[in-house]
Ligand binder design. Sequence first.
Ligand code: B3K
Ligand code: ZN
Length: 894
Amino acid sequence: MTQDLSSNNSDTVYLKDYQSPAYAIEKTDLDVAIYPGESFVEARLQLVRQSGLVSELALDGEQLELLAIEINSQSLSKDQYRLDDGKLVLIEPPERFELYTKVRIQPEQNTSLEGLYRSRTIYCTQCEAEGFRKITYYLDRPDVMSDFTTRISAAKSECPILLANGNLVEQGDLTDGRHYAVWHDPHKKPCYLFALVAGDLSVMEDHFVTASGRNVDLKIYVEEKDLDKCDHAMASLKNAMRWDEEVYGREYDLDIFMIVAVDDFNMGAMENKGLNIFNTSCVLAKPETTTDAGFQRVEGVVAHEYFHNWSGNRVTCRDWFQLSLKEGFTVYRDAEFSADMGSPTVKRVEDVAMLRTHQFAEDAGPMAHPIRPASYMEISNFYTLTIYEKGAEVVRMLANLLGPELFRKGTDLYFERHDGQAVTTEDFVQALADVSGRDFSVFQRWYNQAGTPQLEVRDEYDENTREYTLHITQSTPATPECADKQPFHIPIAMGLLGDAGEIALKLRDEELEDLPTDNTHRVLELTEQAQSFVFTDVPEKPVPSLLRGFSAPVKLKFAYSRDDLVRLALRDSDGFNRYEACQRLALGVIEDALAADSGGELNNFTPDERLLAVYQQLLQEEGLDRAMLAYMLLLPSEGFIAEQQSVIDPIAIHRARGEVAGYIAKALHKPLLAVLENYDLRKPYKPTAVDIAARLLKNTALEFLMREPDQAVVDLCVKHLQQANNMTDELASLTALVNSRSPLAADIAPQKLADFYAKWQDESLVVNAWLALQARNANPGGVERVEALLAHPAFEANNPNKIRSVVGVFANANPVNFHGGTDADPEAGYRFLADQVIALDSKNPQIAARLITPLTRWRRYDKQRGGAMRGQLERIKHTPGLSSDSNEIVSKSL
Ligand code: B3K
Ligand code: ZN
C-alpha cells in the first residue's frame, strides 16, 4: 500500500513520470563575459531530436534576461518561441539545429550560491542539482550529456585566473585590460558537472603519475593567504588517486585536475569534471588552525569528490531520483579509503554514531524517504543523510554479501558496462547480481522503502541437545510513503561468546567441509519477517555478539543483561561490538538516572558500578587503540539518547547524562588525570591515526575532569590551552573551560574566549570554530549568547559556514538551550530559529530549508514543547513568498 502525501501537489516530481529527453545536445559552446555587476552568457547548442515529432521543446532557465535568440543563425520571431515561467519554449523546432541564446545575469546579486555567483573576490559556479539553468537556457537534467567548450573573458587585473572543465586550449589578451581563456572538456557530461572560476587566486602545484604512466598536473587554487594550508589536501588527493587505482582499478582520465577553494559555499564541495570547487573548510588545513576532525574531513572530502570522477561523472545518474547511485556509492568508497588511511574500527564507530543519531532520526521523521525516493518537490532537499549515509550502508551490505573479490568484479562490470551513460540504481545492483549469480530481488527493497528496520532477537539454549537458537523477527515502522513494509534482506554478522571466549560455530544445515576458515564468525541472512537459526554443538549458553561491525543499518533489540554487556565490552573479538556494548551499558545507566529523576531531583540514584568497572579495566587494557578507548569511555550523546526515548525530554536527558558523567569523572579522577599528565604537549603535530587517538583520549579525559574540577584541574586545562601547539588541543581545552559548570572555570572562560578571538580573528575557519563552541555551550543563557554572536563583527549573515556555526550548531547540538531548558522563556530557542529561517529564506533558500530540520521533529516531544515547535513551523509556512525549498520541508512536517 503506497500513498504519497503530496500527490495533489502539481509541484511534485514523480519517478514514475520519467521520460527520456526529446533532444540530445551534442555540443555546448559557452562564452561567458564577466563584467562588474553583470555578466553575459552566449550559448551555442547543437540539438538533435531523439524520437518522433516534437511540437514544443522547453528549455530550463531561471533569473535570465534573454537578449538574443537564433536558430541556425536566424533570429526567432515571436511566434517561434515563448518565455513561460522558468522555461524557454521553442515551437516546432527542427530535427537538428543550432540554438544561439545570449542572456544577461548578475552574479554579484546571486545570494542563493547556485548558478554563477561571487564569493568574496572570486566568481564561481555551483550547478548540481539544477543550478545550470541560472547560467543559460538548457535541458538541465543529468541524462543530457554534452561536449562542452567554455570561453571565459574578464578584466585581467581582477580575474587573472580563468578556469573551466577539461583542458586549456587557448588563452590571450583582449582590449581594455581584458583577457580570455578557452577550455574544452573531452568527456561528455551532464550540465550539473559544469564549472567555471574567475578571480585572483594563488596555486599550489604538484603532479601524479597514473598506473599506466600518464602525468597528471594537480593544482589547488586558493587565496594567497591560504597557500600554506594546502599540503594536506594535496597529499590526500594523491593518496586517493592511488587508492582508486589499487582498490577499484580506476585511473584518472584528464591531464589536469584542479581544486578551487571558496569561502561561500552551500555544502562541502562539488565534483565538477576536472575542476572541483570546495568550501574552504574542506580543503585548507594546517596544524595551528585545523583540528584533527578538520584534517580528517579534508582527507575524506577531497577523496570523495575525486572518487566521483568514476562514481558519478563517468557513470552518472539518469535522473535525480537516482542520486544515491552516485552519493551512496561514493560515500562508501570514501569511508573505506579513510578506514585504510587510519583505523577501520575507529572510522566505523564514528560513522555509525552519526548514522544512528541523525539518519535514524530523519528516517523516523516527516521527511523520511527511501534512498531512491519516488517523488520530490525540491531536489535540493534530498541531499540528505538518508541518500548519502544510508545509501552508503546499503552499498556496504552489498559489498559484504559479495566479499571483496566478487564486489570488485561487480564494480568493474558496472563501470565498463555503463561508462559514459546516465543510469539507475537497478543498473548498479544488476551488475553485482550478474557477476555473483546472487538474487537481490528482496534486497532491492532497501532502495524503495524508507524507515529503519527493527530486529527483535530472542535466544534459546538446550543443554541436552547442545543446540542454541536465535529467533529473529523484523519490523519497520510506517513512513510517509508506505505504511506496510515488506521484509528487508538483512545481513547479520555475528559470533557467540562463551565463558572462555569465542565459540566455534556450526549451523544445523552446514556441512563440515563448508565451514569457513574463521569458524567463530558468521553472516546470517534474514530475508523474511521471522526466521530462526540453530547452532549445534554449543557447549554452554553463550552471549551472542550480533550485528558485528554494524552489518546492517537497523535497530537491534536483544535482552542483554548488564553482565552480558560487560562480557562483550571486555572480550568480544569484534571491536565495533565492544564499543557497542559500552554504549548499551552506559545508555542503560543513563536511563536509570532518567527513571530516578522526579521534578529535576535525582532521588537515591547510584549508577550501576559495572559501568565503572568496565571503564577501569579498559583504562588498564594493554594494546587497546587509544581512540577506541576514548569512544568506549564517551557516554552516548544527548542526541543519541533522545533517539531511544518514546517521548523526548531534552532537559531531563541533559541532566541525567551530566549526572552520570560527573559521577564517572569523580570515580575515575586518578586514571583520567594520569592520561592528561602523561600527554606530551610538545610533541610535534602529526595527523596520524596514533597521534589523533592520543589527542582524542586526552581531550576526552579533560572533558570529564572539567565537569567538576578542582583548582589543579582548571590550572591544567589552562596550561593545555596556552601551551598547545595545535588547534585540536587548543580548541578542546577552551571548549572544556567554556562548557564547565564550575565557577572556577566560569570566572576565567570569558577572558579566554576573548583572547582566543584576538589571536585568531583573521583566520575565518578558526573563527567558525570559535562561534560554534559558544553556540554549543550548554550552560544557561544560550539564546542570548547566540543572539550576541549574530551581532558580533565576526558573523557574516550571507556566509553558510558562519550561519551553520551559530544557528545550525545551536539548534542541532545544544538541545538543552534550544529547548528552553535554562531560559526564562521556554520557546525562545524555537522562535530564534524560525526568525533566522525567515530572514534567510529569500536570500539562500537551500540553507534556510536545511535549518528547519530540528523543528520538524516536533511530534517526538511532549504536548507543550511539540506544540510550540509546531507553532513556529506554522509561522514559517505563512511567510509571504516562502521558497519552494522551505515550503516542502514545512508542509511535509505539519
Ligand atoms: N554532489 C555534491 C552535492 C551537491 C549538492 C547540491 N545541492 C557534493 C558531493 O556530494 O560530492
Ligand atoms: Zn558526493
